[in-house]
Unconditional design. Structure first.
Length: 359
């Protein structure tokens, strides 16, 4: 019985030495499988990384190829590209400026006075010598009438003295005849001669007074005419400053005294003034063709030409002023409009540029 129990307990005992080789064999069997799985994962990751890298590098390669194409194109002679290069070499010079009027004047009075009437308004066309305003001229008219009266008085005095002189001359002639015949004394002859001399002197004095009176009357007439303010030249009124009842003076004497009646612009004298960078002024020549575009009408190209290059430079802006004329005037072109211009290259300059590019 005891022996049976011993055998039974012995059969229930786990033999660890017998199971160990089996586990080792099982572990060794799974090692190749695990290695194969790990190797597959590594290969898949490497393929994915290579795909992403190639996709990121492809735009760079395309951009580099695109950038290298223009550098390689000029090596092959192609006529269209050569023409484009020539046009670029002979490109136009652009500048900006303003429309200005060479004849522009603020019309003012030469004397101080009160404005009575104003005959113009903005936008009105006036002719040379046209009256644009009138000042109070009551005192000036009185002075002119007084001067004319003095001139008439001097003229009348000349007539009276002339008559007396003619009578004294006849008397002196008779006395001289009687004196030769001993019918008149020497004293009578001397008296007659003295009277003729006095009247002659009075006549010269009266004539001088008459000339002075005429000059005074002419001056008074000129002063009277200055009360009528006239346009100095034909043009268009762009500003009206004074109103009836205001005081006006050729110089400012206070806050309530104006110095001008209106501003007139001669539309036939408008032109363009632009500032050109002094580094490119050599490309501008007098008489050269120009295309002008007003900012107000950007789709309208106006033909023009260079009048002159002002022979001085602006030190602060490093520019040179250029004057440009419009080949054809138009009512839409107004002073102080902003304008952009393109200086066109002439045929000779274009030919030289093409020859240079061909070389």
């Amino acid at each position: 019985m005891t022996k049976d129990k011993s055998e039974l307990l012995r059969s229930l005992t786990i033999d660890r030495s017998a199971g160990k080789p089996e586990r080792e064999r099982s572990g060794r069997r799974w090692l190749p499988i695990s290695a194969a799985v790990v190797a597959g994962v590594v290969v898949a990751f490497a393929a994915f990384a290579a795909f992403e890298f190639s996709r990121q590098d492809s735009p760079k390669e395309t951009a580099s190829q695109t950038a290298q194409q223009p550098a390689a194109q000029p090596q092959t002679p192609q006529p269209p590209q050569q023409v484009a290069t020539n046009n670029k070499a002979a490109g136009n010079l652009a500048a900006s400026g303003y429309v200005v009027a060479r004849r522009k004047a603020t019309v003012a009075a030469e004397i101080t006075g009160k404005v009575v009437e104003v005959f113009i308004d903005e936008g009105m066309t006036v002719t040379e010598g046209q009256i644009v305003a009138r000042l109070d001229s009551v005192l000036a008219e009185k002075d002119y009438e007084l001067a004319r009266s003095r001139a008439e008085t001097a003229d009348a005095a000349i007539a009276a003295i002339t008559a007396d002189l003619e009578d004294a001359t006849r008397i002196m002639s008779r006395v001289q005849t009687l004196s030769q015949k001993n019918f008149a004394t020497e004293a009578d002859l001397t008296k007659a001669q003295a009277r003729v001399g006095v009247l002659s002197a009075q006549l010269r004095q009266a004539q001088s007074q008459f000339e002075t009176a005429k000059i005074d009357a002419k001056r008074s007439g000129s002063m009277l005419d200055k009360h009528q303010i006239r346009a100095p030249f034909a043009g268009v009124v762009i500003d009206r400053s004074a109103q009836p009842g205001e005081m006006i003076s050729p110089m400012s004497v206070g806050g309530y005294t104006r110095t001008g009646i209106c501003t007139i612009v001669d539309m036939d004298s408008i032109e363009i003034e632009v500032d050109v960078n002094e580094a490119f002024i050599g490309r501008v020549t007098p008489g050269g063709a120009v295309n002008a575009m007003l900012d107000a009408y950007p789709d309208w190209t106006i033909p023009a030409s260079v009048i002159a290059i002002v022979p001085t430079a602006n030190r602060e802006k490093a520019t040179v002023k250029v004057r440009i004329r419009f080949d054809k005037k138009d009512p839409r072109i107004l002073p102080d409009m902003a304008v952009k211009v393109n200086f066109l290259r002439d045929a000779k300059a274009n030919g030289a540029a093409e020859a240079t590019a061909a070389k």
